[in-house]
Design a protein around this ligand. Structure first.
Ligand code: AMP
Length: 380
């Protein structure tokens, strides 16, 4: 069985750093092992751009995966050709083999038909469990799915069903929290959320783009230019049309420099003094936002409330993480930074679902069909 997984983990000095993605792939691998399958794992790591580059080798991942599974994981130093075929031929039932980085071949990202055929030759069945790569139409996520009987893995199935249910059959009140830096990155998801959510809470630097667009003073807070502001106004107009309550921060923690050592003061979000920048939401906003979150039946959180990597500006994000954890409804966290935040604050195991796919979950929430999902007959 050819199993596309997302083992795109950070490597630090040649060893695996954060192994969340490897752990997320374990249920499908363990399920298939128990069923006696011969498991051929394929993944990308980083951006080697079609060339062999030892900086992006999956070899350390095979070692770590073997530790986590408690069984040897063989490794072949190419994902196609003789090296791969020899390693596949050596597999017995229940064995696990990891092939070298797919992106050592330009055919992977180009979704090249010949490269997809080379991958398909290795197995009789294809399983896609790489939700984090499902928004890319690559040979291993899309092309090969048309050449073998294709199925979704357990992680893929759960990600798609949880995120789809959120948009299609949410329990109300549905509160969405959107933060981070750029409105432009999140506009499609914001426009979709104001259609389906009862309340959208805006935080992070993107709130200042809304505040400026609506005539407020944001001092030197990070915000976008006219194009970003026009997007913010469009989201506001759409929310008025759909009856969605779109809230902006009431107050912020303003600092006189982008530094953990800066002087700080609490100011209204729309009256930040010149030369001061808002780096977190303030106490009145925390009270308002966490009250909405705690009484929700469905919560989606994407993007931090402030520059939470610096301790003096972490409280807004921490308080939101805690409120999400304390909410009794369905709670979903998606997007790299909010996942990092909820993990850092120790609440990750108290939410319904933590999405492993940053770009893929955003695209799914925008209502787009992901190519890696569309290629699997039963997954959509
Ligand atoms: P994004 O990648 O768009 O989700 O943005 C996440 C990043 O935004 C994090 O690294 C935060 O430190 C940063 N961030 C959030 N709020 C602010 C803010 N008010 N000023 C500067 N950076 C911020």
């Amino acid at each position: 069985m050819l199993v596309r997984v997302d083992l795109n983990v950070p490597l630090e000095d040649g060893a695996v750093g954060d192994d969340t993605r490897i752990r997320a792939a374990l249920p499908t691998i363990e399920f298939l092992r128990a069923a006696g399958a011969r498991i051929i794992l394929v993944s990308h790591l980083g951006r080697p751009k079609g060339e062999r580059n030892p900086q992006y080798t999956l070899a350390p991942v095979a070692v770590w995966l073997s530790e986590l599974l408690g069984t040897p994981v063989a490794f072949a130093d190419d994902c196609v050709g003789a090296a791969a075929a020899t390693a596949v031929a050596a597999l017995a039932d229940g064995d696990v083999l990891l092939l070298e980085n797919l992106r050592y071949h330009a055919g992977e990202e180009a979704n090249d038909a010949a490269f997809a055929a080379q991958l398909a030759e290795l197995a009789d069945v294809y399983i896609n469990d790489a939700f984090g790569a499902a928004h890319r139409a690559h040979a291993s996520t899309e092309g090969v799915a048309h050449l073998l009987p294709a199925y979704a893995g357990l992680l893929m199935e759960r990600e798609v069903s949880v995120l789809t249910a959120l948009l299609e059959t949410p329990q109300h009140p549905f509160v969405a929290i959107v933060g981070g830096v750029k409105v432009a990155d999140k506009i499609a998801v914001l426009e979709r959320l104001v259609e389906v959510a009862d309340t959208v809470l805006i935080g992070g630097a993107m709130a200042f783009t809304f505040v400026v667009a609506e005539g407020g003073q944001v001092g030197s807070s990070l915000h976008e230019d006219a194009a970003g502001q026009a997007i913010a106004l469009r989201a506001r107009a759409k929310a008025l049309e759909t009856g969605c309550e779109l809230l902006l921060p009431r107050d912020v923690i303003a600092a006189d420099a982008f530094s953990a050592e800066a002087a700080t003061q609490i100011t209204p979000a729309d009256a930040v003094p010149a030369d001061w920048m808002g780096l977190d939401v303030g106490p009145a906003t925390i009270e308002l936002y966490t009250e909405r979150i705690r009484s929700a039946r469905t919560v989606l959180w994407n993007g931090p409330m402030g520059a939470f990597e610096m301790a003096p500006y972490a409280e807004g994000t921490r308080a939101v993480a805690q409120a999400v954890a304390e909410c009794d409804g369905t709670t979903v966290v998606g997007g790299g930074d909010s996942v990092a935040a909820i993990t850092q604050f120790g609440f990750a195991d108290r939410v319904t679902h933590v999405s492993t796919g940053g770009g893929a979950s955003l695209e799914l929430l925008e209502g787009r069909v992901l190519p890696g999902v569309a290629a699997i007959p039963e997954a959509h």
